[in-house]
Design a protein around this ligand. Structure first.
Ligand code: ADP
Ligand code: ADP
Length: 237
């Protein structure tokens, strides 16, 4: 469902952050991306959402070429692609429920978005999403009252509310302690298994990747240097 074809990214005339990357990911895969800081993991995920535009190469999602998409098509594509960040990106002074509903904004006109009006069915989608990450009881709590792990679970719920076919998670557990990070991974794992949502996640820790991911990729200096099913990984990683 995701095809990355010969993609290179060069930021403002610097050295390339990605160098001719080729990658195909099938629906329902749970891909862990490993590599040292600066190896291009984040750039790869940002390219798949076109937050960063590849300097060269093509990317398609569900058969739609996104690298030449016009703004309208880009909007449709971005609805399908949920994003989770290292620092959660929540509106700290708003309630958990409001944060989760923001996953719906891509569906609305500018005026509706500005007014923040949501339908009853959108509220029930948001509540369902909160249930799936075990936070329905926190719906009316302000986001800044939550722990880091809870905030990341709200970010997962916001993404679910968007009904994505892919979730891209850029170092989602790097700011969390090991126990809390694994709990967040458990939720991503459960969502991947039960909904078949494809997940690509950048991680630092090999053992965490092996525990949750079905496939492990490693980047080095902007190139994929390793790509195997997790079950086939021996001691070479
Ligand atoms: P990782 O996620 O593996 O740490 P990144 O994709 O963030 O790697 O970075 C890859 C390379 O691109 C690094 O050399 C980094 O300094 C550079 N880079 C990342 N983002 C930018 C940017 N916005 N402008 C210029 N260079 C960048
Ligand atoms: P991470 O390792 O989590 O990807 P970084 O610390 O590399 O994060 O980058 C933090 C932010 O700064 C990112 O938005 C990245 O795109 C940007 N950035 C990274 N390296 C550079 C760079 N050399 N020049 C400009 N921006 C950069």
């Amino acid at each position: 469902m995701i095809h990355v074809e010969n993609v290179s990214v060069i930021y403002n005339k610097g050295t390339p952050a990605l160098k001719g990357v080729n990658l195909s990911v099938d629906k329902g895969e749970f891909v862990g991306i490993l590599g040292l800081s600066g190896s291009g993991k984040s750039t790869l995920l940002k390219s798949i959402n076109l937050i960063v535009r590849p300097t060269f190469g093509k990317i398609s999602i569900d058969g739609d070429l996104i690298t030449n998409a016009n703004p309208k098509k880009l909007r449709t594509i971005r609805r399908k692609v949920g994003l989770i960040f290292q620092d959660y990106n929540l509106i700290e002074r708003s309630s958990v429920l409001t944060n989760v509903l923001l996953g719906r904004l891509g569906y609305k006109s500018r005026l509706q978005s500005f007014l923040g009006s949501f339908t009853p069915s959108e509220y029930s989608l948001a509540m369902d999403a909160l249930k799936r990450v075990g936070l329905e009881e926190k719906s009316f709590v302000r986001a800044d009252r939550l722990s880091g792990g809870q905030k990341q679970r709200v970010a997962i719920a916001r993404t679910l509310c968007q009904q994505p076919s892919v979730i891209l998670a850029d170092e989602p557990i790097s700011n969390l302690d090991k126990y809390t990070g694994e709990l967040v991974m458990e939720y991503l794992y459960e969502i991947n298994k039960s909904s078949g949502i494809t997940v690509l996640v950048n991680l630092h820790d090999t053992s965490t990747a092996l525990k949750y991911c079905s496939r492990i990729i490693a980047l080095k200096d902007g190139k994929i240097v390793f790509d195997k099913a997790a079950g086939d990984v021996t001691d070479e990683l």
